[in-house]
Design a protein around this ligand. Structure first.
Ligand SMILES: Nc1ncnc2c1ncn2[C@@H]1O[C@H](COP(=O)(O)OP(=O)(O)O)[C@@H](O)[C@H]1O
Ligand SMILES: [Mg+2]
Length: 510
């Protein structure tokens, strides 16, 4: 058998999948792409997470695009965190030139350019579906995280959430949170002290200041209603999975908001999606481009939570894919969980680079066909070392791969095209209305007004005014208020609040 024939057998053995798979490209031997040595990912294992790494300009984002496209064609929706704004092109067909056609022929795939169904989303003011969450849904742990609170301040936030739970005060936006903070140091001070003990006004002031700082960074665009229902990530259109592109270009300067947002999204998905047993394909794949931004500024605490949730979310049929420059950007505990590894070229400029390369090479299975660290530094653009999991969950042989070209546009949409995507969106209408439900702010305002009224009346001695009525007036007021329509209106928020899963249990453990 010739070396090439042996190579083909080596790569493709054990990849005659019974279930569906996607073709990523074809194997390269001694610098030459080999037709017939296709490198595939078994769809069945795509909830086992992955990494796409490599130096800038080596093809990471295009590989991400290719995978998301192929998933969409199989009817699997995905969510892309687009930190550089280069992924909107998925909505438009790519251009078939000779270079691309030849590439596809060698790889053994048809090149059929097409635009795919996408939704543009944003957590700030960019065009597209506004992703929001209520403060209640976000929960005390993440609020404390995003505000960078110390233990004492964190205690105050937990207290506030508990108080609001018990008293049916929905925390929708930051205005609510600020109002309750004000309440516990002013009007409500005595009641709070009786039940929860002394609350340091210095802590309250600090929290208040940090909330205002966060508002100045635009966070008040994120907190509020209507909160996003993660089931809306699961849509298909004409049998194709809808690709939700979350545009986060304006968030690079605020990595904390980004990492916390990501954790909130993952935990929401984890809580909402049902367990998925052994399935033929993932339910949803989530891609995080420029993932080092998630990890580089995250506290250990936040990292632990991200790691834990990444591990757990697999059972919901959700795969998470990190796209970053070197694998060392991703914590070891996450690296150890990854099924798919795509390593584009690394550059060896410094001693530190060379160390990273040696370490990276060690993380890949050995191959009789390659000197891994040599290939790592010599690969061309759009090539990568790939190992995936086969249907049985065993790593496939390491393959120096010529990655197929995206069938969608390798460039971004222009403004008019973006407008068209937004106009045709079913979700923009659902989510982009300003709501200001009756929440903590309004309820507390009303309560204060009513208390004033009652006090005024009490000054005029009436026949039925008894002292016992007055001591319980606080409670009965809450009772009455809680019967209000807002309880039903915000049922979802409160329900979440009471059953807050994973992040709630994290707090309880400490
Ligand atoms: N699979 C591919 N097929 C064709 N061209 C590619 C492919 N991958 C990368 N390229 C070329 O390389 C350029 C850089 O790729 P990109 O994915 O943006 O790099 P990175 O995200 O690693 O910085 C692209 O604009 C494209 O011209
Ligand atoms: Mg990129």
């Amino acid at each position: 058998m010739s070396k090439t024939a042996e190579f083909i057998t080596h790569l493709t053995d054990g990849q005659n999948y019974k279930k569906d798979s996607i073709i990523l490209g074809t194997g390269i031997l001694d610098g030459v792409p080999v037709t017939g040595a296709q490198v595939k990912i078994a769809l069945k294992t795509m909830n086992r997470h992955g990494l796409i790494a490599g130096a800038t300009g080596t093809g990471k984002t295009k590989t991400l695009q290719v995978i998301a496209e192929q998933l969409a064609l199989k009817g699997v929706p995905s969510v892309l965190m687009d930190l550089k704004g280069d992924l909107s092109g998925l909505a438009q067909p790519g251009t078939a030139n000779d270079f691309i056609k030849n590439r596809s022929e060698v790889i053994g795939v048809d090149y059929e350019p097409m635009g795919l169904p996408i939704e543009l989303m944003s957590i700030s003011d960019e065009k597209g579906v506004r992703l929001k969450a209520t403060v209640s849904e976000f929960g005390p742990v993440l609020i404390a995280q995003i505000l960078e609170l110390n233990d004492t301040q964190q205690g105050v936030i937990s207290l506030i959430f508990r108080y609001c739970d018990v008293n049916h005060l929905p925390l929708v936006d930051l205005k609510d949170l600020k109002r309750v903070l004000q309440f516990i140091t002013n009007e409500g001070k005595e009641a709070i002290q009786k039940e929860y003990g002394q609350v340091s006004s210095a802590s309250v002031n600090t929290i208040m200041r940090k909330i205002i700082e966060m508002e100045q960074q635009g966070a008040e665009r994120f907190f509020g209603e209507k909160s996003f229902e993660v089931e809306d990530f699961l849509r298909t259109k004409d049998g194709k999975g809808v690709i939700s592109v979350i545009r986060l270009t304006d968030i690079q300067s605020r990595p904390k908001l980004f990492s916390t947002f990501m954790l909130s999204l993952l935990s929401e998905i984890y809580e909402t999606f049902p367990e998925q047993g052994d399935a033929d394909q993932p339910k949803l794949c989530l891609f995080i481009d420029e993932a080092h931004l998630v990890f580089s500024n995250a506290s250990n605490d936040l990292l632990e939570k991200i790691e834990a949730i990444v591990k757990l979310i697999r059972s919901k049929g959700v795969g998470v894919y990190f796209c970053t420059q070197t694998p060392t950007d991703v914590p070891d505990s996450i690296l150890g969980q990854l099924g798919l590894k795509v390593q584009h070229a690394l550059r060896a400029f410094t001693a530190k680079d060379r160390k990273a390369i040696t370490k990276t090479a060690e993380n890949y299975p050995e191959s009789p066909y390659y000197n891994t660290s040599e290939v790592l530094t010599s690969m061309g653009i759009g090539e990568a070392l790939i190992t995936a999991l086969n249907e049985k969950g065993i790593p496939t042989p390491l393959a120096h791969t010529l990655v197929r070209a995206p069938i969608t546009r390798m460039d971004i949409l222009d403004e008019a095209e973006i407008d068209r995507v937004v106009e045709n969106s079913a979700l923009v209408y659902k989510y982009n209305q300003e709501l200001d439900s009756k929440s903590a702010f309004e309820i507390l305002e009303k309560k204060m007004n009513e208390l004033e009224e009652i006090q005024k009346k009490a000054e005029i001695p009436g026949p039925k005014a008894t002292t016992s009525r007055r001591t319980t007036q606080d409670e009965s007021l809450f009772e009455e208020l809680s019967k209000n329509t807002m309880v039903r209106q915000l049922g979802r928020t409160i329900f979440r609040e009471l059953t807050r899963g994973i992040l709630g249990s994290f707090t309880r453990k400490r």
